[in-house]
Design a protein around this ligand. Structure first.
Ligand code: GLP
Length: 242
């Protein structure tokens, strides 16, 4: 079931997303969170840091599992998702770093790393909440459109459009990794609750396809329509076509 919330302005967008995560932590301090990277959640993470500093929320007993990671970037590479998460969130809150998990993209054996992450997720049990952004081609995590989708954590070759979209963070497109390790659609859909967030006019078309279009592997996010508890937070521009 999709519960769609449209909000006006960046501030309300971030407050709404952070508010959902904060109330979960207030009712369940040991919540297991699925977290995401990309530009969409950055303001949400800032707001969560503020709520932590104000004593409204604590992450001390929580744990987190990130969706994805590039293959071949060192953990301290400026664009690695591990570094992103440390800098945008973990270093500023009270979550123990050992309770945070990001797939290992730089072990030299990505297939084994994917299997290890699947096991880790199984051990963690059901995620209480999975936060998601949305790629322009309908990807969630790095589950790219195609003829078929995979359930568990696996290796993906990145879509050219995804590499181009992410090239803005790298010195040149050649330096954008060609592959990534990502939680699969199966693991994502197992979360108790999913929080999908999208903002900006450039996301309006894919938001409409994902939420109102046919359920198809050509738009991986369309599978969210099959989940019993999805909250979608959109700004007015991203929600313009629905
Ligand atoms: C990235 C990430 C996704 C993210 C998406 C959208 O490549 N792998 O998890 O949701 O693309 O990113 P943005 O929020 O910057 O639009």
């Amino acid at each position: 079931m999709l519960n769609i919330i449209k909000v006006k302005g960046e501030q309300l967008f971030n407050e709404t997303g952070a508010g959902i995560i904060a109330s979960l932590l207030q009712s369940n301090p040991r919540a297991v969170l699925g977290l995401a990277t990309g530009s969409t959640p950055v303001g949400v993470y800032q707001k969560l840091i503020e709520l932590y500093r104000d004593g409204v929320v604590s992450f001390k007993q929580a744990s987190s599992y990130n969706l994805d990671e590039y293959i071949g970037l060192a953990e301290d590479h400026p664009e690695s998702y591990r570094r992103f998460m440390n800098e945008k969130l973990f270093n500023h809150i009270d979550i123990p770093l050992e309770s945070t998990h990001v797939p290992a993209g730089n072990t030299g054996d990505p297939t084994q790393a994917a299997t290890d992450y699947t096991r880790l997720l199984e051990k963690a049990g059901q995620l209480d909440l999975q936060l998601l952004g949305l790629g322009h081609n309908g990807h969630i995590g790095f589950n790219e459109p195609g003829e078929e989708l995979q359930g568990p954590t696996h290796i993906v070759e990145l879509d050219e459009r995804t590499r181009q979209a992410n090239a803005r963070f790298f010195p040149s497109i050649e330096e954008v990794p060609t592959h990534a390790i990502t939680m699969g659609i199966g693991s994502i859909l197992q979360a108790k609750q999913i929080l999908l967030m999208a903002k900006g006019e450039d996301k309006a078309e894919i938001v409409a396809r994902a939420l109102k279009g046919p359920i198809t592997t050509k738009c991986p996010a369309s599978f969210l329509q099959t989940h019993p508890n999805v909250v979608v937070v959109l700004d007015q521009a991203a929600g313009g076509l629905i």
